[in-house]
Design a protein around this ligand. Structure first.
Ligand SMILES: Nc1ncnc2c1ncn2[C@@H]1O[C@H](COP(=O)(O)OP(=O)(O)OP(=O)(O)O)[C@@H](O)[C@H]1O
Length: 302
């Protein structure tokens, strides 16, 4: 299908969005920092059970958009609806209660706490049971029920055998799964993944993607994936949105989007450099970007 350009709006392939109920509706999100408009009137809809990508060059506004959805930073305009509830004025923790879960790009775990401890703390926060003060004075150990729920999520992620391990003994890939596990304890309707492939090699990325797919199939939440790894986005998501200089320049089925001229020019165009000018690690990164998406192969000037 040939993408069409809507006047003044993003390229759209016109293919239908999944028909599940919306878990996220963001409309007209605008964010200004001193001197720059980081997001101009950006809208997005994600439906039940979808896996959606958000891509764009460095500085395009992906993290800013993510933070606006989560309520980490205030917006200068627009609305955010989570599972049918207007969340525009709600703080972070209330958006989490409505069903927004997240992982961090830089792993934010405590090195000497165990894997199970991380999930247990998330479970306490989810329940808002008011027992956190007891934890502070060392009298708030986990109940059988809480432990069972932590272990259920750890099993789901294939981390059952690592429950007692301190985080510092884990590989980066396992650490990312703990991040995911912590987010799952809040029973998200939409899981926001911030660059989960960062620092992982190809087999680790493939294993992470497979685990996420399996867990999603079991639990039915939706995923918004912010990623630089185009191969992962291409294989993992069915629809994508593309930001460039804070504007939405394309949206639609991921492979069609990646093949569109406007996206290649804005996003992949960054990589149209002579191979001879690249060092080994840059060549490896470029190789990762050579996505076979119909005619979407990245052009490399020889
Ligand atoms: N706290 C801030 N104060 C001022 N400017 C900011 C702030 N956060 C982001 N920006 C600017 O907003 C724009 C969008 O940045 P953002 O980090 O959202 O892009 P990004 O697409 O996530 O980039 P990357 O892929 O490199 O992470 C950039 O010009 C950035 O410099």
């Amino acid at each position: 299908m040939t993408p069409t350009v809507a006047t003044g709006g993003p390229v759209s392939t016109g293919s239908p969005v999944s028909t599940g109920a919306p878990v996220l509706r963001a409309s007209g999100i605008t964010k200004k920092f001193a001197g720059i408009t980081a997001l101009h009137d950006v809208s997005m809809q994600i439906n039940e059970g979808e896996r959606v990508g958000l891509i764009g060059p460095n500085g395009a506004g992906k993290t800013t958009f993510f933070n606006c959805l989560l309520g980490v930073i205030p917006t200068n305009g627009g609305t955010v609806e989570i599972a049918g509830t207007d969340a525009t004025r709600l703080p972070l923790h209330k958006r989490a209660k409505l069903g927004l879960g997240r992982t961090f790009q830089r792993i934010e775990l405590f090195p000497d706490c165990t894997v199970r401890d991380h999930l247990f703390i998330a479970e306490r926060v989810r329940r808002g049971s008011g027992r956190l003060w007891k934890d502070v004075i060392g009298r708030g150990g986990p109940s059988k029920e809480e432990l069972a729920r932590c272990d259920e999520v750890l099993e789901l992620l294939g981390l059952g055998g690592l429950a007692e391990e301190p985080i510092e003994r884990l590989s980066l890939g396992q650490g990312r799964l703990v991040e995911v596990g912590r987010a799952l304890m809040t029973e998200p309707k939409l899981l926001l993944l911030d660059e989960p492939s960062s620092g992982l090699d190809r087999p680790e990325v493939a294993a992470l993607a497979k685990t996420l797919e399996d867990v999603q199939a079991e639990q039915g939440f939706s995923i918004l994936l912010v990623e630089h790894d185009v191969e992962l986005v291409s294989n993992f998501t069915t629809r994508s949105y593309v930001l460039d200089f804070g504007r939405l320049i394309a949206e639609g089925p991921t492979r069609e989007i990646l093949a569109s001229d406007v996206v290649r020019a804005a996003y992949l165009g960054d990589f149209e450099v002579a191979e001879s000018e690249l060092d080994e690690s840059e060549l490896a990164e470029l190789h990762d970007l050579e996505v076979d998406a119909g005619d979407a192969d990245v052009e490399v000037a020889k």
